[in-house]
Write a protein that binds this ligand. Structure first.
Ligand SMILES: *[C@@H]1O[C@H](CO)[C@@H](O)[C@H](O)[C@H]1NC(C)=O
Ligand SMILES: *[C@@H]1O[C@H](CO)[C@@H](O)[C@H](O)[C@H]1NC(C)=O
Ligand SMILES: *[C@@H]1O[C@H](CO)[C@@H](O)[C@H](O)[C@H]1NC(C)=O
Ligand SMILES: *[C@@H]1O[C@H](CO)[C@@H](O)[C@H](O)[C@H]1NC(C)=O
Ligand SMILES: *[C@@H]1O[C@H](CO)[C@@H](O)[C@H](O)[C@H]1NC(C)=O
Length: 313
C-alpha cells in the first residue's frame, strides 16, 4: 500500500518535472461560460500544479473579424464579456494561461448564443392584502442588458401559493405581473413563490418565499344580505301594523270621548248667535253678577231607529 503511494508521488513528481522542463505553461481548468440575466462571463480555475506560480490569463472573444482580447494579462479567474456582445449574436470564447512571457494553449468554448443559454435570476415578489384579498406584485429580475420582455417577448409567471403550514400548493400561470390570489380566506396566512417562465419551457430561479396574513373581509356574504332584507321587511311590516293599530285605537278612543253626533241645525244657529252676542261688561269688584243658567236639552232623532227610541244627552 505504502509502496503504491510512494510510486504515485514519484509519478506525479516526474510529470511535474516534465511539465516544468518542457516549459509548457498549463492550461486553465474547468473553463465555463456563465450567463445570468443576459450577461456573458467566462470563468475558470487555475492550473493544478504543486508550485503556486503567479499565473496570468488572457481571454478573447471571437466576433466576425476573428478573436479580440477582452481581458489581457490579468490575474482574475473570470472575464466579463457582457459589454462586448449583442444578445442575439453567437460567440466563441477562449482563454489561456500566461507565465513569464510564456503562454499555454487556448481553451476554447463552444459557440454560444446569449439569449439561448442565459439563466434568469429570481423575480422579486411583494404581497399586499386589502379587504380579504391578497395581491401578488411581481418585479422582473434586473437584466444586465435590455429588458426581459424585450428579449423574450411575452414571458409569464408561474405562481405557487399555499396556506402557511400546509403542503397543498395551488399553481397559477399568469401573464400580468399583478395577480389576485383566487379563493383565499380572510385572516389566513398565505405563502407565495414565483418563477418567471420564458422561452417556452425555461424557468427562472424561484423567488424568495413570501408570506402574508390575509386581511379581514368587508364584503358581506349573499346569504347575509338576504337575511338583512328579510329582517328589514319584517320590521317595516310590524311598524306598519303598529301604526295602523295605534291610529285605529286612538280613533276608537276619540269616538268614545267625543261621539260622532251632529248637533241639530237649529242648535248650531243658537250657539252661533250666542257667540256673536256682546261680551258681558267688566264685573266690578264686590258685585256678584248672577249669570242666568239655561238648561239645554238636545233631542236627537236617529234616522234608522224608531221614533220612540229617543236619546237624551
Ligand atoms: C503582465 O503583467 C505583469 C504585471 O502585472 C507584467 O509584469 C508583465 O510584463 C505583463 N505581461 C504582458 C505580456 O503584458
Ligand atoms: C469590450 O467592451 C469594453 C467596454 O465597453 C471596451 O472598453 C472594449 O474595448 C471592448 N473590447 C472589445 C474587444 O470589443
Ligand atoms: C431574497 O431574500 C434575501 C434575504 O432577505 C434578499 O437579500 C434578496 O434580495 C431577496 N431576493 C429577492 C429577489 O427579492
Ligand atoms: C405569446 O404567448 C402566446 C400564448 O401564450 C403564444 O402563442 C405566442 O407565441 C407568444 N408570443 C411571443 C412573441 O412569444
Ligand atoms: C425545452 O424545449 C426545447 C425545444 O423546444 C428542448 O430542446 C428542451 O429539452 C426543453 N427543455 C426542457 C427542460 O423541457
Amino acid at each position: 500500500m505504502s509502496a503504491f503511494i510512494s510510486f504515485s508521488v514519484v509519478l506525479f513528481n516526474i510529470i511535474g518535472v516534465i511539465t516544468v522542463l518542457s516549459e509548457n505553461v498549463p492550461v486553465p481548468e474547468n473553463v465555463r461560460v456563465i450567463s445570468i440575466n443576459l450577461g456573458l462571463v467566462l470563468e475558470w480555475d487555475p492550473p493544478q500544479t504543486t508550485n503556486n506560480h503567479p499565473f496570468k490569463y488572457t481571454a478573447e472573444l471571437k466576433g466576425w473579424r476573428g478573436y479580440d482580447p477582452v481581458c489581457q494579462n490579468s490575474s482574475s479567474l473570470t472575464c466579463d464579456f457582457t459589454d462586448n456582445v449583442t444578445i442575439f449574436g453567437s460567440y466563441q470564447l477562449r482563454v489561456r494561461t500566461e507565465l513569464d512571457g510564456e503562454t499555454s494553449d487556448w481553451v476554447e468554448t463552444k459557440q454560444v448564443a446569449v439569449d439561448k443559454i442565459t439563466e434568469i435570476s429570481a423575480p422579486h415578489v411583494e404581497l399586499r392584502s386589502n379587504n380579504g384579498q391578497t395581491e401578488v406584485d411581481i418585479t422582473d429580475p434586473p437584466m444586465k442588458r435590455k429588458n426581459l420582455r424585450d428579449v423574450f417577448g411575452n414571458i409569464s409567471y408561474l405562481i405557487r401559493f399555499w396556506k402557511k403550514g400546509e403542503s397543498n400548493k395551488v399553481k397559477l400561470k399568469r401573464e400580468q405581473s399583478r395577480v389576485m390570489l383566487p379563493k383565499v380566506k380572510p385572516l389566513e396566512n398565505y405563502c407565495v413563490e414565483v418563477e418567471v417562465l420564458y422561452l417556452k419551457n425555461k424557468t427562472s430561479q424561484p423567488s424568495n418565499m413570501t408570506c402574508l396574513k390575509n386581511s379581514p373581509s368587508n364584503e358581506t356574504e349573499p346569504w347575509l344580505i338576504a337575511v338583512m332584507l328579510l329582517i328589514s321587511f319584517l320590521v317595516v311590516l310590524v311598524a306598519v301594523l303598529l301604526i295602523f293599530m295605534a291610529v285605529w285605537y286612538s280613533y276608537k278612543g276619540y269616538r268614545i270621548v267625543f261621539p260622532n253626533d251632529n248637533l241639530p241645525e237649529h242648535l248650531k244657529q243658537y250657539l252661533a248667535q250666542r257667540s256673536q252676542s256682546p261680551a258681558p261688561l267688566p264685573i266690578h269688584e264686590g258685585t256678584h253678577l248672577k249669570e242666568p243658567i239655561h238648561e239645554l236639552m238636545i233631542y236627537e232623532k236617529k234616522l234608522n231607529s224608531s221614533q220612540d227610541n229617543q236619546q237624551i244627552i
